[in-house]
Design a protein around this ligand. Structure first.
Ligand code: PLP
Length: 463
């Protein structure tokens, strides 16, 4: 039996050039801990009577084994947990996959501002303390036509803050058809209660009329809340007043109407035909006092909650103590301003990935799928076919909107769809696919065009 005496000491190991290189990369304490662990493990392997005789016969072999195992162990230990993935699900705003990929100008802006100091809360005109909530406001006004705007951490925070600032201890009237759950445990009635607003439900699940709201108005009423049904549809015997009717009613009693738009559609004609989501500017034009929406759904920017509306309610919102807890950092402003600039310039449909994916034609997707399939035809072990399918907006944006697409369907001679799907997830970068009719399908609509080659090479290795 091989004796552990061939095991080199930790000090000897640390003199080896490869181990020194590891120390430079990971720092001596981590390397030391890993060396000890790996050496202990090897000692147990070498002395275990039940194991077959080890091929490690001398000190050099032992040292190089320890070296290699330490290197791979450290590589795993130091891998960040957040990694890029290829989204081939065809769900454009995929909450589990981090929602919107950012536009290049947003990425550049973040990188440019991240490395140094900024005027985040500094007024360059007076040389005094400024307000961070001014950032993005001018651009938000331009693209939504609302006079004032505030940015917070996400739209859930926006709803909470708006209600806390405008309806604490007073009633917020809401239709029973809009007491919805958005996902991730975000339920409108719970958020309303957390804000301190008193929920005043009116109407029924499927029908709520203007008169129902009118009958509920009293001197306790703070506002009328309207919530966009982002992720579901009620069909059949239904009724819901138009936003304008609520605004007219509100004006009669001097009660503001607040609308939670969910997705925040800023697309102009380019996207109007594709998504059936109310444009933010239409809500503002209808006279809603305050509207809020997400930054990373249809808008295609960073995670944020955007609140736009009239000057007076917005100034109350800005001054509320919760604002401090919900505010965003310079990175969010950087990415948001750069994304909004693309809208202001009228070129978001080509430069903002979410907008580009929404408006991608089936011909363009088909051509990309054909190019990938062509390259796979000779080399890959999986069989590839191109079939018709549908992509979706997802993420609570545009319920039921189905965009016709072309899918790459993968089949393996010996692996089930579930096995193949798991293998795709195991690739680096992981490829997230969809299983449909017991077949694995990839939708290139949500794959960034610059990832097509990466995807192709990954698929060639797949079996
Ligand atoms: C998505 C959504 C929210 C929550 O927005 P987050 O940005 O995810 O916090 C709130 N309300 C509606 C109607 C939504 O669709």
């Amino acid at each position: 039996m091989t004796t552990p005496r061939i095991l080199p000491s930790i000090d000897r190991l640390r003199q080896r050039p490869a181990v020194r290189a590891l120390e430079t990369e990971y720092g001596p304490p981590a390397v030391l801990a890993a060396l000890r662990g790996v050496t202990d493990m090897l000692r147990r392997e070498l002395t275990a009577p039940e194991l077959p005789a080890s091929p490690i016969g001398n000190s050099e072999q032992a040292a190089s084994t320890i070296e290699q195992r330490t290197a791979s162990q450290l590589a795993v230990e130091f891998e960040p947990s957040l990694v890029p993935v290829i989204n081939a699900t065809g769900v454009i705003v995929h909450t589990n996959l981090g929602r919107a990929p950012l536009a290049q100008p947003a990425v550049d802006r973040m990188a440019g501002l991240a490395v140094g100091y900024t005027n985040l809360e500094y007024d360059l005109g007076t040389g005094r303390r400024g307000s961070r909530s001014l950032h993005a406001e001018r651009l938000l006004s331009r693209v939504t036509t609302a006079p004032a705007a505030v940015v917070v951490n996400n739209n859930a925070a926006a709803v909470l803050l708006v209600l806390a600032a405008l309806a604490d201890g007073r009633e917020a009237i809401i239709s029973r058809g809009e007491l919805v759950e958005i996902g991730g445990g975000f339920r409108i009635p719970d958020v309303m209660r957390q804000s301190g607003a008193l929920v005043r439900e009116v109407g029924t699940t499927n029908k709520t009329r203007s008169a129902d709201y009118a009958a509920a108005i009293s001197d306790r009423t703070a506002l009328i809340l309207r919530v966009h049904p982002s992720n579901f549809r009620i069909e059949g015997f239904t009724e819901r007043p138009r936003l304008e009717e609520l605004v007219t009613l509100g004006k009669r009693f001097q009660i503001p109407v607040v609308e939670d738009l969910g997705s925040g559609n800023l697309l102009d004609d380019h996207g109007a035909g594709v998504v059936n989501e109310p444009p933010v500017s239409a809500s503002v034009a209808s006279g809603a006092a305050v509207c809020c929406f997400s930054g990373d759904k249809l808008l295609g920017g960073p995670q944020a909650g955007i609140i736009v509306g009239a000057a007076e309610p917005l100034s109350r919102i800005r001054r509320h103590p919760l604002m401090r807890a919900l505010r965003v950092d310079k990175m969010t402003y950087a990415a948001l301003e750069a994304t909004l600039l693309e809208y202001a310039r009228g070129r978001a449909h080509t430069s903002v990935p979410v907008a580009r994916m929404l408006t991608a034609t089936i011909e363009a997707i088909d051509a990309r799928a054909a190019a990938v399939a062509d390259q796979l035809a000779d080399d890959a072990r999986v069989a590839v076919d191109i079939i018709d399918g549908v992509s979706t907006v997802g993420g609570g944006g545009a319920p039921g909107s189905a965009l016709p697409t072309r899918l790459l369907q993968l089949t393996s001679p010996d692996a089930s769809a579930a096995t193949l799907e798991a293998r795709l997830r195991g690739l680096r970068p992981p490829v997230i696919a969809r299983i449909e009719d017991n077949r694995v399908v990839l939708d290139l609509r949500t794959v960034l065009p610059e990832q097509d080659d990466q995807l192709t090479s990954a698929l060639i290795g797949l079996d």
